[in-house]
Design a protein around this ligand. Structure first.
Ligand code: ZN
Length: 60
């Protein structure tokens, strides 16, 4: 079974989510870190442990 990591937007009523899978044996924490890096490049942000897509990004 492959390792996978899913991130769902914490925005209200927002259907945005992203999942990334890796071959068996990939360390889950490593995969999560890589996933967050890729999402950050797309404009996602992590606010107090909750992830928001570019559309729901809270105003700074
Ligand atoms: Zn969203």
């Amino acid at each position: 079974m492959p390792t996978s990591h899913q991130i769902t937007c914490a925005g209200e009523d927002c259907p945005e989510w992203s999942i990334r899978t890796a071959v068996y044996g990939t360390h889950p924490e490593w995969l999560a870190a890589e996933h967050r890096e890729l999402l950050a490049a797309d404009g996602w942000v992590d606010v107090e442990g909750r992830d928001y897509c570019p559309d729901c990004k809270p105003a700074a």
